[in-house]
Structure formats: structure tokens, C-alpha cells
Design a protein. Structure first.
Ligand SMILES: C[S@@+](CC[C@H](N)C(=O)[O-])C[C@H]1O[C@@H](n2cnc3c(N)ncnc32)[C@H](O)[C@@H]1O
Length: 241
């Protein structure tokens, strides 16, 4: 293998790569999420959805919805009189999501790009993006789009893997996340390169403070950051001005 370091993909090349990567792992995505997160991923999503302060009858948007776990949590919050729109640009991921959420008549699926959301401005009471901001080729633009489609006073939420805050925990995390994880994913049938991309993309992602600034620049106020499980996952929550 060459020792020459490759520059990370950007723009359309990154979008195509990400689309292909998720198409390849879609059938195993849910299983591997449970394994590599020690089943914490459901509690993380529940926490983030709690911060949306949704009411019965509200409308919520789940951007980059994937296999729909976030959408299901949102659907519970808005109830039968409310509506959740799940949007993703990868047909195989959305296909798994559609089947999984078919019992939830208040979840509607739409194919679309996070950076050019196919919805009118000021439509939703909240917009979430879970474990996906890292994957879009222009995260500030995706956040701006989420702000655009949310009503004033509504919430925009990103839940994302981050680097842990505790110095004591960091070495253990590094061994697991950067060293062992691709091999563990491989053992359970995950594509090894997808689970090599995962830690690399976390390394390149914005810091908590940088993402807070991006959200404020996009027109959100009171941006709060919540560290979950020693900060390996981080929820950013802002309110549209
Ligand atoms: C790690 S999965 C997260 C899925 C889901 N939100 C969850 O909580 O499990 C990332 C998802 O982001 C989607 N995605 C990445 N870039 C996107 C974009 N520009 N527009 C729409 N979806 C995108 C992928 O297709 C994939 O389904």
C-alpha cells in the first residue's frame, strides 16, 4: 500500500462515494449500529428527539433519515395527528427505512439531497439530522437548509459522533474506534472500508465549538451542546430566530 496520504474527497465526488457506501451497507446498517455502539444508539436518538420539544400534531423533518430510526422516535412525539417527513438520497437505505416504518402511517418518505431540501421555507416545527452531517459534502449548507425549512421558533438538531471529552477515556476510545472497529464490523459482515471511513470522517469533522458557530451563523440562537456517553456522541440543538 502506498505511503502517500490521499486528500479526503469533497463536493460531488464525496456525495457519490457516500451514496455508494451506504447503498452497500444498507442491509447490515441496523445490526452494525447496535453492535458498534453497544446498543446505545437508540438512547442517543431518544435524547435528541426529547430536545426537539415537539407536541402532538407537529410536523418534523428527519434529514438523511437512512433506515428511519430517528423518524420513528419523531413519529412517537408528534402522534397520529402529526407528521414526519423522512428524506434521504440513498435509495437502498431509504428502502430499508420505508419497510421498517411501514406500520407508522404518520411517516412519509421523500428522496432528496440535504443540501437542497425539496420543501418550502418555514414548514416544519423541527428538523433533525442523525449521524449524517459528517457525511454531507457541505455541512454548513445542510444546516442552512434545515434552518430555512423550519418555522421561526422551531428547532434544528444534529446528533453526531464526536471525539470524547474525558482525557482519561480518550486512549481507550482511540484503541476501540480507530483500531478495533473496522475489524469488528468486518466480522459481522460489514464492508471493512465503510468502517474505516467512519473513524476517519469523525477525525475530520468539526469540533463542538465550530459546529456551534456554524449553527449560529445559519440563523439559530441558544445553541446548546449535549455530550452523551462521555462525549463520543454529541447533540447540538438550536432555535430558529
Ligand atoms: C450514518 S447514516 C444515518 C442514518 C440515520 N439518520 C440514523 O440515525 O441512523 C447516514 C445517512 O445519510 C445519508 N446522506 C448522506 N449525505 C446525504 C445528502 N447529501 N442528502 C441526503 N442524505 C444523505 C446517507 O444516504 C445515509 O442514509
Amino acid at each position: 500500500m502506498s505511503r502517500i496520504e490521499q486528500r479526503p474527497l469533497s463536493g460531488e465526488a464525496k456525495d457519490r462515494y457516500v451514496q455508494g457506501l451506504f447503498a452497500a451497507i444498507a442491509p447490515k446498517y441496523d445490526l452494525l449500529n447496535s453492535i458498534i455502539s453497544f446498543n446505545r444508539h437508540k438512547a442517543w436518538r431518544r435524547f435528541a428527539v426529547g430536545k426537539a420539544l415537539l407536541k402532538e400534531g407537529d410536523a418534523a423533518l428527519d434529514v438523511a433519515a437512512g433506515t428511519g430510526d430517528f423518524s420513528i422516535e419523531l413519529a412517537k412525539s408528534v402522534g397520529q395527528n402529526g407528521e414526519v417527513v423522512a428524506v434521504d438520497f440513498c435509495a437502498p437505505m431509504a428502502g430499508v427505512g420505508r419497510r421498517k416504518t411501514s406500520a407508522h402511517s404518520n411517516i412519509h418518505w421523500s428522496m432528496g439531497d440535504a443540501m437542497s431540501l425539496p420543501f418550502a421555507s418555514n414548514t416544519f416545527d423541527c428538523a433533525t439530522i442523525g449521524f449524517a452531517l459528517r457525511n454531507v459534502s457541505d455541512a454548513p449548507r445542510a444546516i442552512s437548509e434545515m434552518v430555512r425549512v423550519v418555522k421561526p421558533g422551531g428547532r434544528v438538531i444534529s446528533l453526531e459522533i464526536n471525539r470524547p471529552v474525558s482525557a482519561l477515556f480518550k486512549p481507550f476510545w482511540s484503541v476501540y474506534f480507530y483500531g478495533l472497529l473496522p475489524g469488528i464490523a468486518g466480522l459481522f459482515g460489514g464492508k471493512r472500508d465503510a468502517y474505516t471511513y467512519l473513524p476517519a470522517s469523525v477525525k475530520r469533522f468539526y469540533t463542538r465549538q465550530e459546529l456551534t458557530q456554524i449553527m449560529m451563523d445559519a440563523g439559530l440562537r441558544d445553541v446548546k451542546v449535549y455530550d452523551l456517553t462521555m462525549g463520543v456522541v454529541c447533540a447540538h440543538v438550536g432555535v430558529k430566530i
